[in-house]
Unconditional design. Structure first.
Length: 201
């Protein structure tokens, strides 16, 4: 009986072009605007592979295809860098070896750091209130030692103004003796005239 040997030749292993690395990564939060979204895969990609980037409303903000510089990478460039918000990437990779299709999704969030506002200069309140009264109020210098000479304004007491009735009382005190003297003179003159008249009669 004849024998035969079957040689098993290794065949090509067929597999999907699986996503190996995503930028931004799945569930990553970035603090800078995103201008490029990329995916790297385990096999060479066919030309009909594509990337689709959507915002939170589901609107497409960028589409991409195989990177001409690397057939195992797809790249999508939005028209303007992606700002604050959540984004979803839909990847459809087609293996250049066997045409198998692999569809995956991942998400990322952009949270831009808020610009710091320029500090506004605020006048700090004085530790001690400014005294309203100056040194002239107390008659002492600010150092706390008593002054050797009191200020002129503090030592000189203002002379009291004469009361309205004082001038009238002074005038009456002067006039009364004069009137009394004139009355005595008049009485004496009248007495002398009457006496002379009696003698002549």
């Amino acid at each position: 009986m004849g024998s035969f040997v079957v040689l098993a030749l290794p065949g090509s292993v067929l597999a999907h072009a699986e996503l190996q690395r995503a930028i931004p990564a799945d569930s990553e939060t970035v603090t800078d605007p995103v201008s490029v979204v990329t995916g790297s895969y385990s096999q060479d990609l066919a030309a009909n592979s594509k990337l689709l980037v959507k915002d939170a409303s589901g609107a497409a903000v960028a589409t991409g295809s195989v990177d001409p510089a690397n057939v195992r990478r797809m790249i999508a460039r939005p028209a303007s860098p992606l700002g604050n918000g959540a984004y979803e990437v839909q990847s459809t990779s087609v293996s250049a070896d066997d045409g198998d299709i692999e569809r995956v999704q991942w998400t990322f969030t952009v949270a831009l750091a808020a610009a710091s506002a320029s500090p506004t200069a605020v006048a700090s309140p004085s530790a001690e209130p400014t005294p309203i009264c100056t040194d002239l109020c107390s008659g002492q210098p600010s150092g706390g030692e008593p002054s050797s000479a009191s200020p002129a304004s503090a030592s000189a007491a203002p002379s009291p103004s004469p009361a309205p009735g004082d001038s009238a009382s002074d005038s009456s005190n002067v006039l009364l003796p004069i009137i009394a003297a004139l009355a005595i003179v008049a009485i004496g003159a009248g007495f002398l005239l009457n006496r002379n008249r009696g003698r002549s009669s």
